[in-house]
Write a protein that binds this ligand. Structure first.
Ligand code: PXP
Length: 251
């Protein structure tokens, strides 16, 4: 089990609020600085094709001003590939993207799109960018990710986080099985989407996960309690879950 479960804070929705008025406040780079001070291990930002939240200028400033590793979420398009290769973020997470969707609604179909995706994995990796593929927690997607040489997969946690009490155990079991399958193939495994205070514990206890990427809930919670307290609380819940997991693991 990785000693420390990393927290990547996704700051997209700071930009969403800024863009509602078209000015400069609130500044996502300031949020990234605050996240760094509150225990985040990395910053995640999604430059969408329609630039609905982060802008090209935001990405430039994050690269220039923030010392934490940047995980750039991007669609598999030539435009985004060019931007990633120009900025060389620490990591790039390839996500599916449809303009009509409100957020990233499902995982990438790696199994059905190997030939198209391998070019992106190769080009990013050649520049030293750590590539992850955002996928549903399914064995065939994990196997396809390994087959095209991606070093990391990020499991979509939306179905678990949105599940009612009846379906949650089955959705959690899917995540656990997928994380174990990824580890067995030598992949680093991340998880994210929809994670909140009440759902983070069981996810953080999955022993082979190395990183969680969390955004919307933290920015929403910041309205009530401040971003610093929201991030610190999430960090505490992650650490407590890992401690429990270690304590209950067979010696
Ligand atoms: N991971 C990936 C790949 C995502 O696309 C998103 C949403 O942008 C997240 C994590 C974070 O999801 P949320 O904002 O629901 O916490």
């Amino acid at each position: 089990m990785p000693e420390h479960l990393r927290l990547g804070v996704n700051i997209d929705h700071v930009a969403t609020i800024r863009n509602a008025r078209g000015g400069r406040h609130p500044d996502p780079v300031r949020a990234a600085r605050l996240a760094a001070a509150c225990g985040a291990d990395g910053i995640t930002a999604h430059l969408r094709e329609d630039r609905r939240h982060m802008t090209d200028g935001d990405i430039e400033r994050l690269i220039a001003d923030i010392e934490l590793p940047l995980n750039l979420e991007m669609a598999a398009t030539d435009e985004m590939l060019g931007i990633a290769l120009r900025h060389c973020p620490h990591a790039a997470c390839i996500v599916p993207e449809r303009r009509q969707e409100r957020t990233t609604e499902g995982g990438l179909d790696v199994a059905g799109g190997r030939d198209r995706l391998v070019r992106f994995v190769d080009a990013l990796s050649a520049k030293g960018i750590r590539v992850s593929l955002f996928i549903e927690p399914e064995a065939r997607q994990i196997e396809a990710a390994a087959a095209i040489g991606a070093p990391v997969v990020e499991l979509h946690t939306g179905a678990y986080c949105e599940a009612g009490a009846g379906d949650a155990p089955a959705q959690l079991a899917r995540l656990e099985a997928a994380a174990a399958a990824a580890a067995a193939l030598g992949l680093e495994c991340h998880a994210g989407h929809g994670i909140a205070f009440d759902s983070v514990g069981p996810i953080a206890r999955i022993p082979t996960l190395a990183e969680l990427n969390i955004g919307h809930f933290l920015i929403g919670e910041a309205i009530f309690d401040g971003l610093d307290r929201a991030i610190r609380r999430m960090r505490e819940l992650m650490d407590a879950a890992r401690r429990d997991e270690r304590a209950s693991a067979p010696a």
